[in-house]
Design a protein. Structure first.
Length: 202
């Protein structure tokens, strides 16, 4: 079933017969396309894009020799594989965010993302801080200022009250409201900013 015409057809036939270099040549031909697909699908940090590209390469290296005889379009086959990998990476990231974003009491963000001694952990901390900061920027001003002081600057409620010229009780209330909104946005990104809309009075 290999498309018999062209350079890629010859490479697929070589791959069927065990020529591993044929895979790397095929990957080289389509690598730029795969990177672009991952970048469009992920719409997130470059580290996630790189992760998706690397996973796609390793899985393709493992699977393509077994399917080479049936592949008619290498680009289409790699694109489908890459899209599946991106879905898996996004699912994993969402599970990490769901377990990592309780935003509870003092030192919420920084204690939540205390770095471990590994490059992967530092990348995840940076990504989490970026997501939290971006979500805070989307709050309405009164909540945004209180959330920045509490979650990013780790200010106490009296300090927040003094900075914003409000009472400590009001500062606590604003932080609690912003925490609830941020939790919804970070755990369920599909509901982005909906919970920040004022509710109709009954």
């Amino acid at each position: 079933m290999i498309d018999g015409d062209g350079h890629e057809g010859a490479l697929l036939r070589n791959l069927v017969h065990g020529d591993e270099s044929a895979f790397w040549e095929l990957w080289r031909i389509h690598e730029r396309h795969i990177i672009d697909v991952c970048r469009r699908r992920m719409s997130s940090a470059q580290a996630d894009v790189d992760d998706a590209v690397s996973r796609s390469m390793f899985i393709a290296h493992e699977k393509m020799p077994h399917y080479a005889a049936m592949i008619l379009n290498v680009e289409a086959w790699l694109t489908r594989l890459c899209c599946n990998v991106c879905v898996d990476v996004l699912r994993e990231r969402r599970q990490v965010y769901r377990s990592a974003v309780p935003l509870e009491e003092a030192g919420e963000v920084h204690s939540m993302t205390a770095p471990a001694d590994s490059p992967e952990a530092h990348c995840m901390v940076a990504e989490m801080n970026r997501l939290v900061a971006r979500a805070i920027d989307g709050l309405r001003p009164a909540l945004r200022d209180a959330a920045r002081l509490r979650f990013l600057d780790e200010a106490s409620y009296p300090e927040i009250a003094a900075r914003l010229s409000i009472t400590p009780a009001n500062a606590r209330k604003r932080v609690q409201q912003s925490r609830s909104i941020l939790r919804d946005q970070l755990v369920s990104p599909d509901r982005s900013r909906q919970s920040d809309r004022p509710r109709a009075r009954r």
